[in-house]
Structures are given as structure tokens and as C-alpha cells.
Design a binder for this molecule. Structure first.
Ligand code: PGA
Length: 330
């Protein structure tokens, strides 16, 4: 079963005081650890109420997916210089920390850059790579984004590889060609990795982020997003059936008002949240929506609210549970 993931991408916003306040507000908004599976989740209503009382219930990432109903995994990705403070601020909570970029090299003469080894050592569990802003503003290629993803895996970080088409590409009917090219670069890079990185490749997260929806207030419809996610999952699975277990999250103006509809789709496993992650109430509302969607998915064989989740659990990619953390950084 794939576990929903909500990752907040702060981009180049905030400073230490802002970060401390936002982290405190988010951590306070999450109740103490409570596992949805501890309560009766035999009906959609019960699952929803369990999710409410748990709200996040955001269990730690070591939760046993075979005995506990899934709850969303929450990650905050601040600017590099704020990572240490955010790690401290979130210590003792179940919220994880990620970075927004990483260099593809392990170490060396790369002025201004940060390695995966450094991020792992600083307490990060995730790193975003290939965000469209980096592709557009800093000329990052598909190949470089893929090499960054592989570098992250090698040091025990889960990469969140962003892919997505521009408005012009969508209007030209090129969406699948663009997504295919971006995913194929990752698959090509994976071909050359060592055994350790091979073993953790299902920890890769893909973020489908249509460029035209990022920071614009425009959002892909649930159907548009589902089509893209389904395409990406099939592409991964064609390369290696195990990669169908990778989580594919949606990004692009995901807000409290549209999160539930997107998260109900069978191939949407969470969100990468930009603007709304800078507001504690909005971010918490999206985390709650992801936990409710996950709880609904735990109720199998039932109707109504369980339908989307059950479909997710029975989907092509859900043949094996894959929630183990990647190996600790070398
Ligand atoms: P947005 O950003 O939620 O502000 O659209 C998403 C992203 O860029 O990851």
C-alpha cells in the first residue's frame, strides 16, 4: 500500500523567526501520535472520524503498514540555510525535513553547492530535484535532475523528482511526450546505479507538477491529474514492475479547497505544496485531507468514501507494501 505524502516546498521564503513560528504552529496542529488503525475503521465514517481525531495522526515513518491503517507522511522543505533550525524545531514530532535541491556530485570543488551527504547529515530525509523553477531559471536538464535523484538515493535520501508540462506543451498535445522524456531520463540514470541504490529505487517519489498550475491558482482537474499520474506509473512499471509502487504526488496550486478531490484519485499519492505550505492552517488542512484519503483507502470492500482509496490499494502499483526507509546515509 502506498502511503500518502504531503511535502511543503517553502521555496525562497522565510527566515529563522518565520520558520520557527510556522514549524511550531504546524506541529501544534498535529495531535500526539495516534494510529488510525488503533480505532474502528471498519466503515468510511469511522475511518473519517478516526482520521479527524488523529488528524494527523501522522505516525512516524516506521509505522507498520501491514497492521496500521495508513496515515499521511508529512515533510517540510525549507531553504538550505534554515534546515538546521527546522530540524531542531521539529525534533520529537513525526514531521520530516527535506531540502529543495542537491548537487549531483558527492563532494568537491563546487562552490555554493550542497551534497546529498551534507543534507542527510543535517537531518533531511527527502530532497526535491528537478523542480520546474530550477529547470526554467537555472537551465537544469532532465539528465541533471535524474543524476541528482540518484545521488540522493545513494545517501539514503528520498528524492522527489518533479516532472510536468508547460501550458504550450499541453495545448500542443505533447503532455505525455514531455512526461515520458523526463521520466525516461530518471530510468536511464537508474540503470547505472550501484546495488544499494537499486534496492531503494522504490523510495523515489515523482511529483507531477504541470508548470501552468504552479503558483498560478490554476489547478489540474482531478481527471487531468489522474491521467498524467496513470501515464507516469505505467511508464515506471514498464521499466521495472517494482517501480509501480513509487509514490506519485501532485503539485500545482493544491489548496485546502481542492485537495480532497485530487487525493481521491487512485494514482495520486499526496501533494507537493508551495504557497499553501507557508500558512499553517492551509497546510494542516491539506495534511488532514491526505490522512482522510488514506484512512478511506484502508476500508476495503465498502462503498462511498472507500471507493477511491480501495482502488488505490488495488491499483497496478500496489502489489507490495513499500514504506521502509531507505538505508541510512553512508
Ligand atoms: P504552488 O507550488 O503550490 O504554489 O503552486 C507548488 C510547487 O512549486 O511545488
Amino acid at each position: 500500500m502506498r502511503r500518502n505524502l504531503v511535502a511543503g516546498n517553502w521555496k525562497m521564503n522565510g527566515a529563522r523567526a518565520f520558520a520557527a513560528t510556522l514549524c511550531a504552529d504546524i506541529a501544534a496542529g498535529l495531535s500526539p501520535r495516534a494510529t488510525v488503525g488503533d480505532t474502528d475503521s471498519s466503515t468510511p465514517a469511522a475511518a473519517n472520524s478516526a482520521a479527524d481525531s488523529a488528524v494527523d495522526a501522522i505516525a512516524d515513518s516506521a509505522a507498520d503498514s501491514t497492521t496500521a491503517a495508513p496515515v499521511a507522511e508529512i515533510v517540510i522543505c525549507p531553504p538550505h540555510v534554515l534546515i538546521a533550525g527546522v530540524v531542531d524545531a521539529l525534533a520529537g514530532s513525526a514531521i520530516q525535513v527535506g531540502a529543495q535541491d542537491v548537487d549531483a556530485a558527492d563532494d568537491g570543488a563546487f562552490t555554493g553547492q550542497t551534497s546529498a551527504r551534507m543534507l542527510a547529515d543535517a537531518g533531511c530525509g527527502y530532497v526535491i530535484v528537478g523542480h520546474s523553477e530550477r529547470r526554467a531559471l537555472y537551465a537544469e536538464s532532465d539528465e541533471l535532475a535524474a543524476r541528482k535523484a540518484v545521488a540522493a538515493l545513494a545517501f539514503g535520501l528520498r528524492p522527489i523528482l518533479c516532472v510536468g508540462e508547460t501550458r504550450a506543451q499541453r495545448e500542443a498535445g505533447d503532455t505525455e511526450a514531455v512526461l515520458g522524456r523526463q521520466v525516461d531520463a530518471l530510468l536511464a540514470a537508474l540503470d547505472g546505479v550501484d546495488a544499494k541504490a537499486q534496492a531503494t529505487r522504490t523510495e523515489i517519489v515523482i511529483a507531477y507538477e504541470p508548470v501552468w498550475a504552479i503558483g498560478t491558482g490554476l489547478t489540474a482537474t482531478p481527471a487531468q491529474a489522474q491521467d498524467a499520474h496513470h501515464f507516469i506509473r505505467a511508464r515506471l512499471a514498464a521499466f521495472d514492475a517494482r517501480l509501480a509502487d513509487c509514490r506519485i504526488v501532485y503539485g500545482g496550486s493544491m489548496k485546502p479547497g481542492n485537495a480532497a478531490g485530487l487525493l481521491a484519485q487512485p494514482d495520486i499519492d499526496g501533494g507537493l505544496i508551495g504557497g499553501a505550505s507557508l500558512n499553517a492552517a492551509d497546510f494542516l488542512a491539506i495534511c488532514k485531507a491526505a490522512t482522510v484519503a488514506a484512512a478511506a483507502g484502508a476500508v476495503t470492500g465498502d462503498a462511498a468514501g472507500a471507493v477511491a482509496g480501495a482502488a488505490k490499494n488495488a491499483g497496478a502499483g500496489a502489489t507490495t507494501a513499500s514504506t521502509a526507509a531507505p538505508a541510512t546515509a553512508a
